[in-house]
Structures are given as structure tokens and as C-alpha cells.
Design a protein around this ligand. Sequence first.
Ligand SMILES: [Zn+2]
Length: 452
Amino acid sequence: MLRLVKTGAEGEGACTDVMEIHRPDDLGDIANLGLTLAEAKRLLAGIQREIVAAQAREHAVRRPDCSRCGGVCRVKDYRDHAVATLFGQVTVRLPRFRCAACGGLEAGVGWPSHCRSTPELDRLRAHFSALMTYRTAADLLGQMFPVDAGTHHETLRRHTLKVGEALSGCAAVRPETPASAIMVTLDSTFIRSCAEGERHLEVRVGNVETQSGGRQVFGAVAKAGTDIRALIRRILDAVGRTTDTALTAFTDGCPGLRRILADAGVTTRPMLDWFHVAMRLQHLKQIANSLSTDDPARVAAKAVIVEEVERLHWRIWNGKAKDAQTSIDRIRAVMQHFQGEPEGRKSNAPSWKLWIALHALDSYLTGQSAWLVNYAERHRAGLRVGTAITEGTANFLVNRRMNKSQQMRWSRRGADLLLQVRCAVYNGTLGSGFGQKFQPANDPYPLTATAA
Ligand SMILES: [Zn+2]
């Protein structure tokens, strides 16, 4: 038997029996050991009901002062409030008051209007929904807690999007110590749209990092309501940007992203993230290594190509992208040796793939030449050459929850608001109770990144 006893300055007071617990004494079966989840849930729900009832009794004897004239209030009537909590649905009977002097009404509680759930439940629902589908989140919540109202996945969705909306209205909390340097990265990716005649939604994601390791992520779906420029400004403030802060910006090749950065007040010239260049070079190397060597001419040609790809890498890394054309031309010059490769379809032949990849890299370098820097020099000076973290961030924020492979389709607004919640979960800003920072598995800079 579980009994709650009220204790206070005057000693033990009223007691209430919450529930009887029957567990077998026979431990022959390990399943008999301790409380079951079902019992624990009933127990929590029972305790919650009793605690709420006791709180309501205490609350009912208070008499607030009138907010208009300061007069004495009297109880006008009582109203029942059904509120969903993490430990079950409770009904709270609360008095409403009327001022004896001026007749004004007083609620006696500062609850938001039409309040149907506790902030803690709202936050946990949003947190779960940020990490898994609404359906799975609803199921998990129902499995773990005696939540008996609002566990439908549509309810979770509605609440989560409301939290997302509230988050976009939050002002930045400036840290005590200003940041001397901040690195900003902005990137874009796509998710599937559920709207008729619209296949993909563009999602802009990025992160800011300070020299001391402070890090925050941000994201917004294009044309969805969240102003990415305002978001970037706010996040820069949140990590301590001042007029003296040195800003460094990285982005991929898209001019739209550079414009966003400039509009957000990041006026330093954004660099092409080495990460994006390196990925293309890596692709090129793999293809070069897969070229066939079935006659002496091809052996020689392949050796030239592999060497030139290495040289190409060296040239771009050392800020000599202008000379990249020489390497590309040398590779093209020996490629005729691979004509008629025995690979079946033409598009499967490594030489064809190499031709395509080379062409892509060539136009990429031409288009991006203004944004390439001497990466080697920066690296030697201990400066960042990019943020490999971008891809990890994008994966974490977008792909794993809004997964393409899960065939999920998103509404512009729904995806945008959920993204605000996901960023808040990542940044540890989703309410104090659940605000612990946690580590996404694909984050390549684990400890230092979230140490601040
Ligand atoms: Zn009054």
C-alpha cells in the first residue's frame, strides 16, 4: 500500500492512500522482480492527482489583491480546468475572484488562456518530435509515461509547431563575454515537398562557432516564414558578436547563400569551404584509380591521370587554382587511350565518368575562382579552411529527421517550424528543463564544439 502523508511545520497532517501494489513474493521468475511499468505509471498518475488536489486546496484559500484598485477579493465561483500533464490528465478546481471594492474580476492564476497542458509536457512532446516522427514520439510517450491525453500524433505535431513558432519569437540572450572571432557557415540542402506541383523544398542550414568552442546551429526552410537573415543576426548575438568581432564566413558555391550572409551583416568575403572542393577531388581520385589497365598504353595514361589529379589537388590547396586548367588539359590529352573501354554501357565506363567529373570540376572552379583562397597558407597559420561540420550539421538537422529515404513529405511551414525546434534541441535552448546539450553521432568535433 502506498500512502501519501502531508507533513509541515505543524507535523504530520492528512494522509491519502494512493494505490495498493501486489507483487509476487516468488522470485523464481525474473519478471516478478520489482515494479512493472504499468504499475509505475499508475503510481505516478495517482501521486500526481493527489499532489494537484493538495495544491488546489492550498491555492483556494488565498485571496489575491485586486490588480486595479488593490482592494480585497472574494471568491466569485469555481471553475474546473482539465490539464494534461506528463503524469496524466488532471482536473483542477480553481476559484475566480471578484473585488469587493470595484467589482473587477481576478483569475488568481497567470496561466496562458486556453491552457490545456503543462509547459513540461509541451517541451517533452516537442523534444521527442524533434528526434523522431510524430507517430513514434506519440508511441514512446505513451509507453513511458502515464500521459493519457494528447498522445495522438496530430496533437504532437500541433504542439511541436506551436513551440517552433514561440522559438522564432525569442530574443537572443547575449553572453557575458564577447567573442573575438566567429566563423559562420551557410549551406543548403533539399527535402521532399508534400505540396502539389512542388517536388523539393530548399532548406538553409548553418552554424556559428567561436574561438572558445561555443557553437550554435540554425536553419530555415526557404520562403516559409522564418527570416534566415534575422536568424543569423540573432544567433551571432547569442554567441557574443560585437562590433570588434572578426567574422569568417564559409559557404558552398551558391550566390544566393552569399547574398543572405551579406544581408545578415556578415560583410567579410565568404570563402569556398574546402570541404566542398575536397569532396569533388575525392570523387575524381576514385574514378582515376578505377581506370582499366589492360594494355601498356592505358597503364601509362592512367599513371599520368592519377598523378595529375594529385597535382590538381595540390594546386587548389595551395591557392593556385588558376593553374588547375593545365592539369585538366593534361588529363584530357591522354584520355583517348580509354576509348572503347569494355564496360558495356557507355555511362558505366570509368573513362566516361572521369570525363563528366572533370567537366564538372572545371566549370565549378571557373565559377568559384573568386572565392577560392590559399588553403595551405591558412592551414599553416592555424586558421580554419572550412567546416567539415556543415555536412554533419545538415545531416543531423535535416536528413535524419526529415529523411528522404523514409519518403517523408513536408509542408513548407511544418518543416520550417520543426527545424526551429530541432535547432533549439541541438543548441540546448529548448527550455531549461530539457536543455542539456547532446551530441549528434555524426558530429566530427565532439567535445570541444559543445564545451561552451
Ligand atoms: Zn478592485
